[in-house]
Design a protein around this ligand. Structure first.
Ligand code: TXA
Ligand code: MG
Length: 340
């Protein structure tokens, strides 16, 4: 299959809508990361997503909408608290899990009785959903296990020959996937941190629970609230090891590992002038938005540097830092070294 990459315009948006309505997959830009979209109401079309990504079929998908009026058809109940979140943060980088209606195919929910819904703020994403005239099931448009794509070239790299069309809407603004919160039970539970932070959410609906899987490795037999949590994610070819330390000790440690084994660094601006090892810089230590924006493309760049080991300077875990930390510990397979 030939994969076309087109800029958004009247022709390409119309084509995207037609392809989706006829059961095909389209790579779409969103403000978080690029998505791999299919008609969410067509189980067979949705199956193609799992095949193209090599995604385990027990990992459910997010349904993308372009108007609040689409929610009722998809859910059993749009609770007052879930509505508060939707009113405050949609369109935007938050996915809300709710009890699902019988209109959602089991391929989307992976057989769960809940559905994840997001209304993206990216105008091109909205235009594609409108053009299709349907809600779209879309995971991140990477091969399963690879870093999520934050531009059309990343999507092309992973999906060429597998899908007919990618719409190139430029760089994703946020750079990390949406915050995922479950509003399906008695207490709201944060399942995946993202650009919308815990304190922003709590300022709207009060105290929430942060699932243990957000910051900890789960046992092989653990019961997970979100199937995506149990898979190793975002792994570049190099082995990533997180180092908790101040800038001096971090640089000294990495320089030694560089001399001993040719290791590289994933670091912050303040570290760079102390480093002898080859490095990629994520931005200023306190600038979590830049780190979020740069993380996935940096993991892909590390692949091009042919490093066997990369020591990543541990990010902060407050605000958007929690999302950066959550993705980084997964790419490191939870390997953390703490320097006293
Ligand atoms: O920003 C995003 O959320 C991007 C863009 C394309 O919208 N999408 C994305 O999708 O990151 P994906 O499939 O890579 O991640 C969805 C996560 C997975 O960890 C999945 O397990 C979880 O959401 N999820 C989906 N439906 C769920 C449900 N009903 N219950 C619990 N977790 C669910
Ligand atoms: Mg993903």
């Amino acid at each position: 299959m030939k994969t076309q990459v087109l800029k958004p315009n009247e022709h390409s948006l119309k084509l995207a809508g037609e392809l989706i309505r006829s059961g095909e997959l389209v790579g779409i830009p969103t403000e978080t990361v690029y998505g791999l979209a299919a008609n969410a109401l067509d189980g067979e079309a949705v199956m193609k997503i799992f095949k193209a990504k090599g995604r385990p079929s027990d990992n459910p998908l997010i349904v993308h909408i372009c108007d609040l009026s689409q929610v009722d058809y998809l859910v059993k109940e749009f609770s007052p608290k879930a509505k508060l979140l939707a009113d405050k943060f949609w369109p935007g980088a938050i996915t809300i899990i709710m009890p699902c209606s019988e209109n959602v195919p089991s391929q989307v929910t992976a057989g769960l009785d809940t559905v994840a819904i997001r209304f993206p703020s990216n105008k091109t994403a909205q235009a594609i959903i409108k053009s299709a005239g349907l809600p779209l099931a879309a995971p991140s448009a990477n091969l399963s296990g690879s870093p999520s794509p934050t531009n059309a070239a990343h999507v092309y790299n992973d999906m060429k020959g597998r899908i007919p069309l990618i719409i190139d809407g430029g760089e994703s603004k946020v750079g990390l996937e949406s915050t995922v919160i479950s509003m399906a039970g008695d207490v709201p539970v944060l399942l995946r941190p993202g650009g919308i932070t815990v304190s922003e959410i709590e300022s709207v609906i009060g105290k929430i629970v942060v699932d243990n899987g957000v910051t900890h490795m789960l046992a092989d037999d653990a019961v997970v609230s979100s199937p995506g949590m149990k898979y190793k994610h975002y792994a570049p070819k190099a082995e990533i090891i997180i180092v908790k330390a101040d800038s001096e000790s971090y640089a000294e440690y990495v320089n030694k590992r560089y001399e001993a084994e040719g290791a590289g660094a994933l670091c912050y601006s303040e570290d760079t002038e102390k480093l002898k090892a080859p490095y990629i810089c994520l931005g200023e230590k306190e600038d979590y938005s830049s780190q979020a924006h740069n993380l996935f493309s940096s993991l892909r760049k590390l692949d091009d540097m042919n490093l066997k080991k990369v020591y990543a300077h541990c990010p902060g875990t407050d605000g958007v830092g929690l999302a950066v930390y959550n993705r980084l510990i997964r790419s490191a397979g939870f390997e953390v070294i703490e320097l006293a």
